[in-house]
Design a protein around this ligand. Structure first.
Ligand SMILES: Cc1cc2nc3c(=O)[nH]c(=O)nc-3n(C[C@H](O)[C@H](O)[C@H](O)COP(=O)(O)OP(=O)(O)OC[C@H]3O[C@@H](n4cnc5c(N)ncnc54)[C@H](O)[C@@H]3O)c2cc1C
Length: 302
């Protein structure tokens, strides 16, 4: 087990909200780390024409500049996705996909929105009847059953391993490729998860309840549950254990004007707090969250 690393402020998300938060927090002379994959930001493939003072700039270029700017003030970066957050006596403990543990008094969640529907036949019809988007929320309903997880990144691999731990009889991982850290890949390879590498989900079968997952090569895996876990772990999965207050539809984090959530030391900014999904809003909220999280960390030190 590696020694936990301690930071005054940990920021989840390398999009505009996370980067702006990092710039403002780091300038307050606290130690800051920003986690997440730059090319997974919504901004990465966008072209921005409506952000004040910058006209017609590629999102990728903006992200690279923001990262350089935050690093110049002392912020650290890691590509690691976060798989779990737990509250402990000495602060919040974040477990990452490479097996590292980070401890912090102040956390900023800037993980953006998830548009994680697969769009295959049977998916919409069977939501809540075997189709789920959250292993951490629904996994325990599938003890003793055969289940499948669809996805190629950290949320899917961690989800498949979690289902085994919970006691699913058989766990299939359907992934076109494997886009995770070496540490997580090694865990998967030594587990009992049946990996269908290069496979693509074609349709979810079942009349009133999921009965099988058809792959695009025509084969069918008989399962009672299909978990769609695309990308990194989203808001719902990360917030489940912590008791962070969400809106009525459980889609966005609720914050006050200081971007503080209902949990002391936890702030949120950007698309994860709801629409409008715009860079200008993300940057503004990131600034406020960064300042307040840094102040909170400083007070905790005194
Ligand atoms: C095609 C397109 C065009 C757009 N055009 C415009 C436009 O013209 N003008 C405009 O203002 N806005 C536009 N937007 C919206 C804009 O890109 C978003 O509002 C903005 O990127 C939101 O910033 P954010 O920091 O909240 O989230 P994001 O930029 O989405 O960043 C989220 C970050 O969180 C990280 N993350 C997620 N889960 C985890 C985890 N478990 N662990 C660690 N990291 C995690 C991701 O890797 C990513 O780095 C567009 C979006 C798209 C998709």
């Amino acid at each position: 087990m590696t020694t936990p690393q301690r930071y005054d402020v940990v920021i989840l998300g390398t999009g505009p909200a996370g980067l702006q938060a990092a710039i403002h927090a780091a300038r307050k002379k606290v130690s800051v780390i920003v986690l997440g994959k730059e090319n997974k930001s919504s901004l990465f493939h966008a072209h921005i024409e409506n952000f004040c003072c910058l006209f017609n700039v590629a999102g990728e270029e903006m992200l690279a500049n923001g990262r350089k700017q935050a690093a110049s003030f002392g912020a650290h970066f890691s590509e690691d996705d976060v798989l779990a957050i737990n509250a402990r006596e000495d602060g919040l403990a974040l477990e990452t996909e490479s097996g590292a543990t980070l401890i912090t008094p102040a956390l900023i969640i800037a993980t953006g929105t998830h548009r994680n529907r697969l769009g295959v036949k049977g998916e919409k019809e069977l939501i809540g009847r075997g189709v789920s988007y959250c292993v951490d929320c629904d996994g325990h309903f599938y003890k003793g059953e055969a289940v499948a997880v669809v996805g190629s990144e950290s949320a899917a691999v961690d989800g498949a391993l979690t289902l085994l731990e919970i006691g699913a009889k058989e766990v299939h991982l359907v992934c076109e490729r494997l886009d995770v850290s070496q540490a997580l890949k090694a865990k998967l390879e030594t587990s009992q998860v049946k990996v269908h590498l290069g496979a693509k989900a074609g349709a979810i079968q079942g009349a009133n309840q999921v009965e099988g997952l058809a792959l695009s090569d025509g084969s069918v895996i008989p399962v009672g549950g299909v978990f769609i876990e695309q990308g990194a772990k989203g808001l719902l999965q990360l917030a489940t254990n912590l008791g962070i207050m969400l809106d009525d539809e459980m889609r966005y984090i609720q914050t006050d004007k200081r971007q503080a959530t209902n949990m002391p030391g936890i702030y949120a900014a950007g698309d994860v707090c709801g629409p409008p999904w715009q860079m200008a809003k993300a940057v503004g909220e990131g600034c406020v969250a960064g300042i307040n999280a840094a102040d909170y960390a400083k007070k905790r030190k005194q």
